[in-house]
Design a protein around this ligand. Structure first.
Ligand code: ZN
Length: 185
């Protein structure tokens, strides 16, 4: 990215050098703005290195922030800012290196592990079995097993054993499909 920017700048300076410094400075500002956009997107591209939270998983319920989905357990239609996954062995893995931000447990969500991956990304794994393999503030590696999915989440009990997986960017829930190739396993 930097090399591209330099060569573009050099070319522009050559072409516009005669006009004067003011013009060059204006172009430099314009280029800075232009190149800041792809630079921002690059963060998400590098997150293509995320691995899947379950192996060979089936999507039980997909993420949707723009439509209501049936929750038979609670007998209501609701938005689902998560992806529910099932797999044969039910093993759940951290999608990236990080630090365990919190571990909690309650009747509605079951056991919940929250991992901070840096760059504003946090992943949340709920409906886990009570016995998890990570500790509060502990370091986690990409692909490391966190625990096992179960039917511990009382608010989605009728879905059977599953992982309720959420991804946050800068504190806001985002569609995990943008960053993880969940549809193709
Ligand atoms: Zn869910």
């Amino acid at each position: 990215m930097e090399i591209k920017k330099d060569s573009k700048l050099k070319g522009l300076i050559k072409r516009f050098g005669a006009i004067g410094l003011v013009c060059v400075f204006s172009l430099a500002i314009a280029l800075t703005i232009a190149f800041n956009v792809p630079r921002g997107q690059q963060v998400s591209n590098s997150m293509a290195e995320f691995v899947l939270p379950m192996h060979n998983a089936t999507i039980v319920k997909d993420y949707a922030d723009d439509r209501l989905q049936d929750n038979p357990t609670l007998s209501r239609w609701e938005i689902h800012l998560a992806i529910d996954l099932q797999s044969e062995d039910m093993n759940v893995f951290s999608i990236y290196d990080g630090v365990v931000k919190s571990i909690r447990s309650n009747g509605l969500e079951g056991k919940v592990v929250e991992i901070d991956h840096g760059n504003g990304f946090t992943s949340v794994y709920s409906s886990l079995e009570d016995d998890v393999n990570v500790q509060q503030d502990g370091k986690v590696n990409k692909g490391q097993q966190i625990g096992r999915a179960s039917n511990a989440a009382g608010n989605e009990k009728l879905s059977g054993g599953h992982l309720h997986f959420m991804l946050y960017k800068d504190g806001k829930a985002v569609d995990p499909n943008i960053y993880l190739d969940l549809q193709n396993k």
